[in-house]
Design a protein around this ligand. Structure first.
Ligand SMILES: [Zn+2]
Length: 394
């Protein structure tokens, strides 16, 4: 599917051409032959690496597989996962407590390794149902240990919410409003409502400051400093990162919300957000943008991302253009600036959050601004409804 349209984001109007590949993914529990009959050691595949993205796990081996089969060792029940998009893979939230053998489904063999692998990740808090998931090794096999935990470790959060801009960077303005202030008000209320639903939520800032501190403010580098808006995603091992912004254009009167998600994920969360916002009375962006997925949802991609300050390099594959989405997702979304600007990180983390960026309305559109001021809490409640639906049912 090829799309070529016109986009307006934060006052910038750009024209790009992108290719969007839409793939389906399914997951289901199925039963099969007893696990004990499998002779893994004679016919295994070598583990290379693993990655957490949101609540999904991805495993790389010498063989590229489109699907995984996890076998619950105690009950021998099997769970099949397709991997086409980053928000799929092994969907950790669906796995009951226990130990799992990991097989590449098309090869029907286990993943083996002589490395010592051990990393713990957490699923999102669902009312009294938070789980720790450990990727580890035992007797040369890669296994998954799923355990229930009463509460998340102190530094771990489910969701990081970023009120855009702040401090020396006030963002866009219009109709007497300032983006950094309006987005702080929205984000604080949003965090409170999500916490009331049982999620553990971290705001990147709670005042009109840059999250990393104004003393060392740099538009390019601050997001990656300690407590910077991207660094916090990794520090708190967030599963979802929501970046809140407002739009403005010069000259033309544009309207409607724009919801951006990664080109590597399904459009599911963006679509749920769009539906909820429209039902609450907001209008989806109607102007002809590149990367439009429909009903105010978009991807924005580039093959030439500035990888080192002042230098661009290009690849054959598309990457997310918006740093909030690309740089918060870890290695799998080609994040690279955390390591570049924060010397505490020696390599790009093998984990990251599912990133969403929302531009709620156009500040130079008087009608949209008035509607926002009258109804912003209703609109925010719609965001809570969509996130709750996504995290509890998928
Ligand atoms: Zn902005």
């Amino acid at each position: 599917m090829k799309k070529k349209k016109l986009i307006a984001v934060c006052g910038m109007v750009v024209l790009i051409t992108i290719f969007v590949v839409s793939l389906s993914a399914n997951q289901s529990g199925v039963s099969a032959a007893p696990f004990k009959q499998r002779i893994w050691s004679e016919n295994s595949l070598q583990y290379q690496s693993h990655h957490f993205y949101g609540e999904s796990l991805h495993i790389e081996t010498e063989h590229t597989s489109p699907s995984y089969r996890l076998i619950h060792i105690q009950s021998e029940k099997e769970y099949l996962f397709q991997e086409q998009e980053l928000d799929k893979g092994i969907e950790l939230e669906t796995l009951p407590v226990g130990e799992y053998a990991i097989l590449l489904d098309d090869a029907h063999v286990e993943v083996a390794t002589s490395d010592t692998v051990s990393q713990t990740w957490h699923t999102v808090s669902r009312k009294k149902n938070t789980k720790s998931v450990q990727v580890t090794t035992r007797d040369g096999r890669l296994i998954l240990l799923v355990e229930r935990v009463k509460q998340l470790p102190e530094t771990i959060y489910d969701i990081v919410i970023d009120p855009g801009h702040g401090g020396m960077d006030s963002g866009a303005s219009g109709s007497g409003l300032v983006e950094s202030e309006v987005m702080l008000e929205l984000s604080v209320y949003l965090a409170e409502q999500l916490e009331a639903e049982g999620f553990k939520v971290k705001l990147t800032r709670t005042a009109d400051v840059d999250p990393a501190g104004d003393d060392s403010y740099s538009l390019e580098e601050s997001p990656y400093y300690l407590n910077g808006r991207i660094e916090q995603v990794y520090q708190h091992e967030a599963k979802l990162y929501l970046s809140n912004h407002l739009n403005a254009t010069e000259g033309q009167l544009a309207n409607g919300f724009q919801i951006y998600s990664s080109v590597q994920t399904t459009n599911e969360l963006a679509q749920l957000l769009s539906t909820a916002l429209q039902q609450s009375g907001m209008e989806a962006a109607t102007h002809d943008n590149p990367g439009a997925q429909g009903e105010g949802t978009f991807t924005k991609v580039d093959t030439c991302i500035e990888r080192i300050t002042g230098q661009q390099s290009c690849r054959d594959t598309e990457e997310d253009y918006l740093y909030a989405i690309r740089e918060s997702g870890g290695k799998l979304t080609s994040a690279q600036k955390l390591v570049l600007y924060n010397f505490a990180y020696e390599s790009t983390p093998n984990f990251g959050a599912e990133g969403i960026l929302i531009e709620y309305f156009f500040m130079n559109n008087q009608r949209e601004t008035e509607l926002w001021q009258e109804n912003w809490q209703t609109y925010t409640d719609a965001i809570v409804q969509a996130i709750t639906l996504y995290l509890q049912t998928l």
